[in-house]
Design a protein. Sequence first.
Length: 254
Amino acid sequence: MAFTLYNAPQSTCSQRVRFVLNAKDLPFAEIKLNLLEGDQLKPDYLKLNPNGVVPTLDHDGAIVIDSTVITEYLDEVVPGSSFTPDDPVKRARMRTLMHFIDEMPAASVRVPTFNLAFLPTFQKMSREDFTAMAESKPLRREFMLTMGQTGFPKAEMDAALARLRRSWERMDAEIAASGGPWLLGRDISLADVAAMPALVRMHDLDLADWQDLPRVVTWFDNIRAQQAFQPTYYHGSLLSDRFPHLREKGAKTA
Ligand SMILES: N[C@@H](CCC(=O)N[C@@H](CS)C(=O)NCC(=O)O)C(=O)O
């Protein structure tokens, strides 16, 4: 079995897939796309992934896209070290949480990410180049145009941070209900993998605001202690590795 992963080091969706590949000890060739330079919008890549986003998995020539779909696919084709519960009711619960995570924290984390990390790059572009780049994005055109070259306004940033905070509260409630330490109880599942990158991102942006939610604090420690975590977050995978301005004091309020 040969796996090739088209991805980007700092892409949160890519990190989910790298984590599962690493946890299952599956060797994979990694093709790194430069998202700020538009590698994901080139015609050859769009043939693989018409959404113009990473990640994309090539498994012996079969193309699978969308990070949660890829992680489920990997659990199906390589069932060892499974992240999917046997019980169909628990499996449904896991998928419900994965939908929630995609809709809430995974979507909301893009606002602080773009405002704090990517905006300076977009501000250096001419208005024409920025608009052309935004309009060439199949999935994120309106998102980019709304952000523009001045960034999301404070109200939008506050709303995203509020949605993120509600996500951690929901995680805390889920862990309490399942008995923990993971979202579904004793065993780590794809729902935990789906949530991981948003928390790592907020921690990296110095915006972690779950210290008063002890179950989430423990969850975050536990996921970072997983053997698959370090190889997933190799050097260059954090935004602060690539954008040192984020390490400057006060960056998060910029
Ligand atoms: N639902 C997709 C979303 C993928 C996605 O948004 N990927 C981002 C990186 S995390 C991307 O490639 N962005 C490129 C762009 O916005 O042009 C998935 O989970 O794979």
